[in-house]
Design a protein around this ligand. Structure first.
Ligand code: AMP
Length: 196
């Protein structure tokens, strides 16, 4: 939604990795084992992927990084690239833990266009079929119960410290992420002061 509103690319490092897994590349094969367990792919690999992607001509006027940085070394790596980039803001979408578990467990993702659905809050018109492109919806391996717990632990250990990192740099925007996608989007747009 934000990518459309601002006409800048949405770059999800998870989507990039899942494409590598699907394509069967060497990186994909290595990443799959970590991803299926909810563990992070090594920082140097991730910084390299993001560096290459941000060099694309569509990133000149800005970009949205989704799922990156996820650790302090990744945030430092990004900061080192920053001389060549527009000023960065970090957004934290704050959602109660039990709500996060419910959202992930009920999430279904399109194999082809990667659109996301929630089985009760945002179901597709036809069960397990993507409204946008008609492809099959599936449950990601890491959206299964045990892996969700592992991901939350990794988040608390590796990613939560980034709140302090960006707060210190006066670059943190915190948004209440509870409620419908439309409500959260409105809060996000006003938090970023990019409303039309
Ligand atoms: P996501 O789609 O953002 O939930 O990412 C899915 C999985 O891909 C994560 O659980 C990690 O295994 C891996 N991944 C995605 N982004 C990163 C990142 N910035 N650093 C390390 N691993 C990542």
């Amino acid at each position: 939604m934000l990518s459309k509103q601002l006409s800048i690319p949405h770059i999800s490092t998870g989507d990039i990795l899942r494409d590598e897994v699907q394509g069967g590349s060497e990186l994909g094969i290595k990443a799959k084992g970590l991803m299926d367990k909810g563990q992070l792919v090594p920082d140097d690999v991730m910084v390299g992927i993001v560096r290459d992607r941000l060099g694309g001509p569509d990133c000149i006027d800005g970009f949205i990084l989704d799922g990156f940085p996820r650790s302090l070394p990744q945030a430092s790596g990004l900061e080192k690239l920053q001389g060549q980039l527009p000023a960065l803001l970090a957004v934290s979408l704050n959602v109660p833990l039990d709500e996060v578990v419910k959202r992930l467990g009920q999430r279904r993702t399109c194999r082809s266009c990667k659109a996301m659905y929630h089985r009760t809050l945002n179901p597709p018109k036809v069960e397990d079929v993507c409204d946008s492109c008609g492809s099959e919806l599936y449950q990601r391996e890491d959206d299964k119960k045990d892996v969700i717990q592992a991901r939350l632990e990794v988040y608390q250990r590796e990613t939560e410290p980034l709140l302090g990192f960006y707060r210190e740099r006066d670059a943190l925007v915190e948004v209440d992420g509870d409620g419908t996608a439309k409500d959260v989007f409105q809060r996000l747009v006003s938090g970023l002061e990019v409303g039309s």
